[in-house]
Ligand binder design. Sequence first.
Ligand SMILES: *Cc1c(COP(=O)(O)O)cnc(C)c1O
Ligand code: SF4
Length: 336
Amino acid sequence: MPVQLHATSSARPRWQQELADAIRDPAELLSLLELDPALLPAAQAAAAQFPLRVPRGFVARMRPGDPHDPLLRQVLPLADELRPAQDYLVDPVGDLEAMRAGGVLHKYHGRVLLVITGACAIHCRYCFRRHFPYAEANAAAGGFAAALDYIRARPDISEVILSGGDPLVLNDRRLSELARQLAAIPHLRRLRIHSRLPIVLPSRIDADLLDWLTGTRLQPVLVVHANHPRELSDEVAAAAARLRERGVTLLNQAVLLAGVNDDAEVLVELSERLFALGILPYYLHALDRVQGASHFNSDQALRSLLPKLRARLPGYLVPRAVREEPGRASKTPLPY
Ligand SMILES: *Cc1c(COP(=O)(O)O)cnc(C)c1O
Ligand code: SF4
């Protein structure tokens, strides 16, 4: 592990510098990867609707010169996004319907999801929250007071999920304060984090984060989000090892994406590589039908992929294939 060289307390943690240094300009991304500048006008047009954002460490895992690189495809804005598609909605999973007190999403028994920020370290083009009105629905407003009151008043809630956006873009001072207040609610057992940062910005898993995440009586669960085995670099492996050393349960959710991972070989390798890092595959989500993402749809492939995965992998490395449907009591398991 690299030694932390910042001696002064005013220095920002390394992850915050990397976050601030993320690539936001499509022209810079294309030039770094030696890609055809002809891709630029479309990238700029689509980025005007949902900006480009990608950490440099993630770009370093892409293949230069390959416009079809599966990691690039997740972040490069394309003209396809601007094409209207039937049945693709602004809020495909009914989040606004399920929104309770400020930033609290309560859809399922026993667990609530807190939207605590709208920001992410990376902008995934297929994201189902790309149109979400974060300014109106954010549990962090008012020091989480409304969300904490909501949870305190409901003894059947045993697990709180921190989500967003990406909850780990908040600083450790705020997150540790939130963890402390949650731990003081007697009926809570688990603290779950849904974050892509351990994958796209693994330096986020530093000593301060480990301290608050494992420093309360709540059992910590971290659900990361990787879609392709090449996302799991040595730095990601080291971050996963730090988390496991401290007893954090690690799970992965992936989204089935055309041109990224709609291929049995890729999904088998993803499961294998995840397990080598101590991360269990949890969900494989069918794409949510959000406006601007129709070119990622791969529902047809799901049908044939799942039997192939089951034929190739031990049962515990086959992710649960699900779709999120508004109004259901859980994610809907797919019948393949
Ligand atoms: C997906 C989701 C959860 C978590 O569901 P699990 O099946 O427990 O992983 C919880 N709340 C909301 C609102 C969700 O969308
Ligand atoms: S990190 Fe998650 S919430 Fe953020 S853009 Fe990607 S999929 Fe969406």
